[in-house]
Design a protein around this ligand. Structure first.
Ligand SMILES: N[C@@H](CCC[C@H](N)C(=O)O)C(=O)O
Length: 277
């Protein structure tokens, strides 16, 4: 059987998008890993499935699988690509599209300038909601990642994030060393995405992200939201912040506690293909 797919990317965070509305799709973890493999498959950070709606007042269901085959709750760069895909394919006609995810519903807005804005929902800080094994919420938590003592901020953007502040050269930050240790620290029972954030000024940060189930990526949309929110809680950032990642820049807006985060950035279709499954 041949399966049609579309390769897409948002700031170099790349996706295999599969229409599971007009094709019958059942993929197990091993098949996801094969599709994501950059040598023996198509290659991507995440596989995204476009499915019929499951939640009330949504037009689609958006499923996300990391390159290691695990299904996850949320993906910000993928959400922008999802919006571009359903519009390009004629599956949606409106500029505002509400989709369900494992983390709840989110709204995707296709803008006249070609960018996509996503209402990513309200960030969650309660340890049980991240999830994080701590008795009570704190602005920062101590981690014993290997031999280093680290202080991290923690938040759920639908998926779990740890954020560290880097004061020296971000290029030299030990992302490949500390990323996997923090990702699997016992403090995070479901693992974590790990953001290394460098503040430039109150409206700009630089960020590298070690993604759970993938490794370091060129950009992480939920990671950009998480870093901005944590930086803002630490009193270091304004309501509108440009987040520069290795693959490009996102605009993240967050008025503060209890409000949703808005992420704006590009979404690009790279090529279409078919593969045996
Ligand atoms: N690339 C993403 C996040 C994808 C999921 C993440 N790796 C996780 O395991 O939670 C983004 O743009 O947000």
């Amino acid at each position: 059987m041949r399966m049609r797919f579309t390769k897409m990317q948002g700031l170099g965070n790349d996706f295999v998008v599969i229409d599971a509305i007009r094709q019958r799709i059942e993929l197990d973890a091993e098949q996801i890993r094969q599709l994501a493999d950059r040598h023996f498959g198509i290659g991507c950070d995440q596989v995204l499935l476009v499915e019929p709606p499951r939640l009330p007042e949504t037009a689609f269901h958006y499923r996300i699988f990391n390159a290691d085959g695990t299904e996850v709750e949320q993906c910000g760069n993928g959400a922008r690509c999802f919006a571009r895909y359903v519009r390009d394919e004629g599956l949606a006609e409106a500029d505002l599209i509400r989709v369900g995810t494992a983390a709840g519903a989110i709204s995707l807005q296709l803008r006249a300038d070609g960018q996509v804005s996503v209402d990513m929902g309200v960030p969650r800080f309660a340890p049980a909601e991240i999830p994080l094994l701590a008795r009570s919420r704190a602005p920062a938590y101590d981690l014993g990642a290997g031999c280093r003592a680290l202080r991290i901020g923690a938040v759920s953007m639908g998926n779990p994030h740890a954020v560290l502040s880097v004061s020296d050269d971000l290029e030299q930050a030990p992302v490949a060393e500390l990323g996997p240790r923090i990702e699997r620290d016992p403090l995070f029972p479901r693992g974590a995405n790990v953001g290394f954030m460098q503040r430039q000024h109150a409206a700009a940060i630089r960020l590298r992200v070690w993604e759970r189930g993938v490794g370091e990526t060129l950009a992480c949309g939920t990671g950009a939201c998480a870093a901005m929110v944590i930086g803002r809680l630490w009193g270091e950032l304004e309501e509108r912040v440009e987040v520069s990642l290795p693959g490009g820049t996102l605009l993240i807006e967050w008025p503060g506690e209890g409000s949703p985060v808005t992420m704006t950035g590009p979404a690009t279709r790279v090529f279409d293909g078919e593969i045996d499954r």
